[in-house]
Ligand binder design. Structure first.
Ligand code: PAF
Length: 276
């Protein structure tokens, strides 16, 4: 496995691998990331993983500084699972000058996560386009835990006609249902015990919709009230169309219920798809 830190060395190494598959990450890898790599590996002869905590996608009061950086352990795990190339650049390699050209996603960037994290998807789309330009992968894998991120990037690739297949991967969960996330490390033991409730509440909402309920607003409000009773601070619970994350009509069938809420200092997001 080659661990590469410069863009020039990466291009040089990947000249020999025109058909690579790419898994972008911010490191602090867990089984969710490893699952993305398992999906990637059979698709190409060269699997590339980037590890880069992208300042551009963090708001001024978010956790950029305390985001866990565990490159040594990450590389050991990536080697075990047979990754070929790790790209772990310093910030100055990705942003050698202030990034004044950015990708401005559609209005999708302003709803749900975007309403609570202004500029987040601009930062994600900008760094992912830049990473795509460096890696030039044939395909790239993104977890559906970050559902809106997956939709934004899928649309970016389509709109800019990038020759890259975007492959979504199912969310990996702990045995008690909690979606795996690097931010779970911030939870205290008590919060960790409470955290699976987010998924349980989403599953109840999903079941109601799957059984035919169509008063989505009531379902969202009940889910939020249940979490609020347990001291969660809610950003949103929303039933949306899978295709574009807009509010569904009564005839829409392919839906997803998404949520974001804080437990103590930790902001968790999750979602479950509904085939109603
Ligand atoms: O999902 C992530 O870890 C990040 O948003 C990504 C896609 C690596 C961009 O920084």
């Amino acid at each position: 496995m080659d661990v590469i830190t410069s863009a020039a060395a990466l291009r040089d190494r990947l000249q020999r691998e025109p058909h690579n598959v790419f898994v972008p990450t911010m490191g602090n890898l867990h089984e969710g990331h490893i699952e993305l790599i398992r999906i990637a590996k059979p698709r190409a002869t060269c699997t590339v993983v980037s590890v880069f905590v992208n300042r551009l996608q963090f708001g001024p009061r978010e956790d950029f500084d305390r985001y866990p950086r565990t490159l040594e352990a990450d590389c050991a795990r990536l080697k075990e699972v047979g990754v070929d190339v790790v790209f772990a650049p310093q910030e100055r390699e990705i942003y050698p000058e202030p990034q004044t050209y950015v990708v401005e996603p559609s209005d999708l960037q302003h709803i749900l996560e975007g309403a609570h994290r202004p500029g987040h998807f601009r930062g994600v789309a900008t760094v992912v386009l830049k990473l795509f330009n460096l890696v030039m992968p044939r395909s790239a894998i993104f977890g559906k835990k970050d559902y809106q991120q997956y939709i934004v990037l899928r649309d970016m690739v389509r709109q800019f006609a990038l020759p890259i297949e975007i492959i979504p991967a199912e969310t990996v969960r702990a045995p008690d249902g909690l979606a795996l996330s690097s931010r779970n490390n911030y939870l205290s033991p008590g919060e960790r015990r409470e955290a699976p409730r987010l998924y349980q509440v989403l599953c109840r909402a999903r079941d109601e919709v799957a059984q035919g309920a169509r008063d989505f607003r009531r379902i969202e409000l009940e889910a939020m009230a249940e979490l609020a009773r347990r001291d969660w601070r809610l950003d949103y619970v929303a039933v949306r169309r899978q295709s574009d994350l807009q509010e569904p009509g009564a005839d829409d069938r392919e839906l997803v219920v998404l949520a974001a809420a804080r437990l103590g200092r930790t902001r968790l997001i999750d979602n479950v798809e509904i085939a109603a």
